[in-house]
Write a protein that binds this ligand. Structure first.
Ligand code: ADP
Ligand code: MG
Length: 257
């Protein structure tokens, strides 16, 4: 294959220049990715097959969002590990939507994990790993020029639509979307700017609890408590029917370091 120009290499993905201006190729690695909870969870180890599954899963969610009119960067999947996306100017923020208390929110505010929130809560974290991606308020975002008020309004609307879509899709396969994080980017169409969902939507950006079989006691009469979905990459891909046929011989991703 012709050598491509690498634009960026992060912990989970490599970005290459795309075939046309305004496009990028996202290559999904197996390496450690920051885990589900946004700013607060420890990085997970590398998992063989994670990149392949995240590529498929992100394709599945982004294509679904595109289909219902929620704009995303996703254009098409190219192969097992790569997808073609629209290049966007990423806002230096992670937008987190929470439906149930967990992680950082539970720790900070003393709310028991698993408690339903009275309404979805949208939070912003400033994307700066050296600072540990700190939680910030709208005041900080506007004062420091990371986004303006219109962007924030658009981001909340976008994040809540993504939340409804993802929550519904997950619910359909017995999974509860506790919280997730999004990256949002700007694209221009002529003079018109709009915000789109960028980066990835995968188990690395969602906290997922397994709700299947909670009401059926096991042989010892024990009823399972709700908790994190086990083998999350493979299990979610399996339930959603997006397991690539040529990796089905791998029952689940295995630790490689
Ligand atoms: P990180 O370790 O910084 O999270 P990743 O390994 O997740 O990085 O690599 C993805 C990088 O690509 C992130 O910096 C993300 O902001 C950026 N990115 C994602 N989607 C787009 C896009 N459509 N246009 C430009 N940059 C993007
Ligand atoms: Mg990332």
């Amino acid at each position: 294959m012709a050598r491509r120009k690498k634009v960026y290499e992060g912990s989970a993905k490599i970005l290459y220049e795309g075939p046309e201006p305004g496009t990028l190729i996202q290559y999904f690695k197996d390496d450690a990715a920051p885990a589900g909870d946004q700013a607060d969870a420890p990085p997970q180890g590398a998992l063989e097959g994670r990149g392949v599954l995240n590529n498929r899963l992100s394709e599945f969610f982004m294509a679904g969002l595109n289909a219902i009119g929620v704009p995303t960067h996703f254009i098409r999947r190219l192969n097992m590990r790569e997808q073609l996306v629209r290049m966007a100017e990423i806002l230096p923020l992670e937008v987190v939507v929470r439906n149930y208390a967990a992680g950082d929110l539970s720790r900070r505010l003393g709310i028991p994990e698993g408690m339903g929130l009275p309404r979805p809560i949208v939070e912003y974290y400033y994307k700066d790993e050296k600072l540990g991606n700190p939680l910030v308020a709208e005041e900080h975002i506007i004062a420091f020029g990371w986004a303006n008020q219109q962007d924030l309004d658009d981001m909340v609307a976008l994040a809540l639509r993504v939340n409804d879509f993802l929550s519904g899709v997950m619910l359909g396969v017995g999974v509860r979307l506790m919280d997730f994080r999004l990256e949002v980017g700007r694209i221009w169409e002529g003079d018109f700017m709009r915000l789109i969902v960028a980066d990835e939507i995968s188990p690395d950006s969602c906290r997922l609890w397994d709700m299947r079989g909670l009401d059926t006691p096991d042989r010892e009469g024990q009823v399972r408590e709700p908790g994190p979905l086990a083998d999350v990459y493979t299990e979610l891909a399996r339930r959603l029917g997006v397991l690539p046929s040529n990796v089905t011989h791998t029952p689940k991703p295995t630790l490689i370091n």
